[in-house]
Each structure stands twice: as C-alpha cells, then as structure tokens.
Design a protein around this ligand. Structure first.
Ligand code: FPP
Ligand code: MG
Length: 377
C-alpha cells in the first residue's frame, strides 16, 4: 500500500519537473522505490510525520544557543540599557520566528546536500538570531504606539522603564542586530534583511491609514499584512536558502513559504481578536477596533453590513462604533471568510514545501503551517 502511494508521489514529482534527478527514487525517503529499505523507511517516515507535535525538538539545541547568543550580543557595561534590552529575552518566549527560520535552513541544507546529518552554518544561525532581535525591537516600539501595558504576560518595557528608555532600548536591540548582520559580511543577506526593516516601518505606517476607496481597502490591508508580519519570515527564509547555496528556485520557494506562512499567521491573529476572550488572548477582545484598525473580518463584514464603512472611516471613534462593529462582525461571515483566506495561504505554504526533498524538518514545517490555523492565542 505504501509502495503504491509513494510511486504516485514520484510520478507527480516528475511531471511537475521539480527535479528530473529524483525520478526512479522515492519522493519521501529518496531510496530506490523497489527496495525493502524503501518500504520500511517510508512507513516509519509516515508514522513519524503523523506524530510531530512539537517542531521545537528539531532545533532545540540551536534555539538554546540562540537565546544565549542574544544575551551576549546585548551585554554592555551600561547597566540600565543591558537590563532593559535583555528583559524580553528570558527564555520564556515561543521563539516562533527563529524556529521557522532554523527549520527552513535545515530543510534547504538537506535539499541541496542530501539527508546526512549536517550542522547549520554560523551565518544561518545568525540570520535566525538577527530576526528575533529585529522582531523584539519592533515589539518594544509597537507597544509604545499601541499604548500596550503588557507583553508576553509581563508588563511592557515602556510601562516599567518609561517611553524614552523604551524607544532607545528598541534602537539598541536593532543596532546590535545590525552589527551581528554586518559581521557576516554577506552583502546579499544584508540587502534582504534591510528590506525587512523597510517593510516593518512602512507596514506599521500603512496600518495607521486606510483607503477611501473600498476596492482598494483589501489590497491595502494585505499589502500592510505582508510588510508588517510576513516580510520578516519571507526574507529570512530566502536568506537561509541562499546561505545553503540554494538555486534561485529554492530561494524563491523558501520566500514563498515564509510569505504565505506569515500572512496566514496574521490573518488568524486578526480573527482571534473577534473569536477569542481576554483570558485566552492576554489582551482585551476587539483590541484592534479600539486601536482604530479595520482588519480582515471587518472588511469582509462591511460587504454584508455597509454601515460599517462609516465606522472604518472614522476609525471607530464614534460612541458605540467598537461595540456595534464587533456585534456586526460576529453576525457576518467575516470571521469565516478570513479563516478561509488563512487556510488558502497555509495550503500554499505547504504546497511550496512539498516540492522539496523529504526530511523530518520538512514535515515539521508542514505541520506548523497547518497548526497555526488551530492556535488560540
Ligand atoms: C505587532 O503588531 C507589531 C509588529 C509586528 C511590527 C511593528 C513595527 C514597528 C513598530 C516599526 C519599527 C520597526 C523596528 C525595526 C524598530 P500588533 O500590534 O498587531 O501585534 P501585538 O498584538 O502583538 O501588539
Ligand atoms: Mg501591538
């Protein structure tokens, strides 16, 4: 049964022309199709594939090293600066972004060099570290903009130390990330990560405005979503593919995985604002509306309830705008349609990955793109 299933995969692999070299070998385990080894290892691979519950396990050593190296990077005799900037790097975060980047690096290395055990390069580890630092710096600033008192279950940086200190702390984390990146001396990777910074600022800015023309509103929202959330994953996944000496095709594929995963992630985030509770989210429901933001569920709902448009234009500042919009969104198909869009992006992320050589890390990334649709906070 396994054999029939995987022979079918092989013919698809060949027809798509993804790799002519692989024809005659199994798509899943790369062994010759008619060997006993193939049938046994593939059945094991399938069982393993179904059991992956924690993708962290494939990169746990690298993640431990990453947390320590960030603390080292931020080490300075200037005591307050050191304490403020190290505050969020307390080994309690999910490290979602570096986990994706490190898994992608392993998938790309195995795709290029074969499935033998091979450690990640210093440069690939650095990309994951820099990504987490950029992300954290942006959150320190974001909490000032959003007037958020807490982050990751603890008081936010500016809430403890004050705004001026938090602005400077974000800048310092960014500057240390830039130094680590420059140390690599890889101009291509520097250009890719510079694009992330450009996008982050533009995405945050785009979020502060919305389009008059309802037809442009959704495009603006998706463009903002890419820049604010997906760009970091897209360009860092491309960077680790490049550092694996991957072809242009491999780099594009890694980029597309990161982009689609990032967009799906944000769409789910936007849904949770309407479908989850304060206890689960760690922040009040409808927080985006209170910030004046019209996300996917609201934009879809406004097609069914046109009165929402006026609320969007005044950024929900009218007396009952937030409550009314919240109720209309819950009555509409906005949540369902946003989830459906998230599913499309998650499927596209998976489709890209399935073009690559099989590895446990590839399964972990596939699982991860499905699991993010089920997350509750
Ligand atoms: C969280 O959004 C915010 C971001 C993902 C990016 C914020 C970017 C900036 C503030 C630009 C400055 C950039 C740098 C590099 C210093 P959210 O408010 O939707 O999510 P939340 O609920 O986690 O706060
Ligand atoms: Mg915020």
């Amino acid at each position: 049964m396994f054999r029939r299933k995987f022979l079918k995969s092989v013919s698809l692999w060949g027809r798509n022309g993804a790799s002519k070299r692989r024809i005659g070998h199994c798509f899943q385990c790369t062994a010759l199709q008619n060997t006993t080894h193939h049938v046994r290892s593939c059945s094991q691979a399938t069982q393993q594939q179904m059991k992956i519950s924690d993708p962290h396990i494939f990169v746990k050593n690298e993640l431990r090293h990453l947390s320590n190296s960030i603390l080292n990077e931020l080490n300075t005799p200037l005591e307050p600066l050191k304490n403020i900037t190290q505050y969020y790097f307390d080994n309690k975060g999910k490290l979602f972004r570096p986990m994706v980047i490190l898994l992608m690096a392993k998938v790309c290395n195995k795709h290029v060099y074969g499935n033998e055990e091979r450690s990640l390069s210093n440069a690939q580890n650095t990309v994951a570290r820099v990504a987490e630092m950029i992300h954290t710096a942006s959150l320190v600033h974001d909490d000032i903009i959003d007037l958020a008192d807490s982050r990751r279950g603890k008081p936010s940086t500016h809430h403890i130390w004050g705004e001026k200190e938090a602005v400077l702390a974000g800048n310092y984390i960014m500057s240390r990330a830039t130094i680590a990146l420059a140390r690599l001396g890889n101009v291509e990777v520097i250009k890719l990560l510079a694009k992330v910074l450009d996008d982050l600022v533009k995405g945050e800015f785009m979020q502060m405005g919305s389009r008059e023309d309802p037809n442009e509103r959704f495009t603006h929202y998706l463009d903002k979503t890419f820049k604010k959330t997906a760009s970091l994953l897209a360009y860092t996944c491309r960077s680790v593919a490049l550092l694996a000496n991957g072809s242009k095709e491999l780099q594009d594929l890694a980029f597309q995985y990161g982009k689609n995963l990032g967009i799906a992630f944000q769409l789910v985030d936007d849904v949770l604002d309407f479908s989850s509770s304060q206890e689960v989210l760690g922040k009040p429901a409808a927080a985006d509306l209170r910030l004046g933001l019209a996300t996917g569920p609201v934009l879809f709902a406004s097609e069914e309830f046109p009165e929402i448009t006026a609320f969007i234009m005044r950024r929900f500042k009218g007396e009952n705008d937030v409550e009314e919009t919240y109720d209309l969104v819950r009555k509409s198909t906005g949540i369902e349609r946003t989830m459906s869009l998230a599913r499309q992006h998650s499927r596209e992320a998976t489709r890209q990955l399935m073009k690559l050589r099989h590895s446990p890390e590839r399964d972990a990334l596939v699982e991860l793109s499905g699991n993010l649709l089920k997350r509750e906070n």
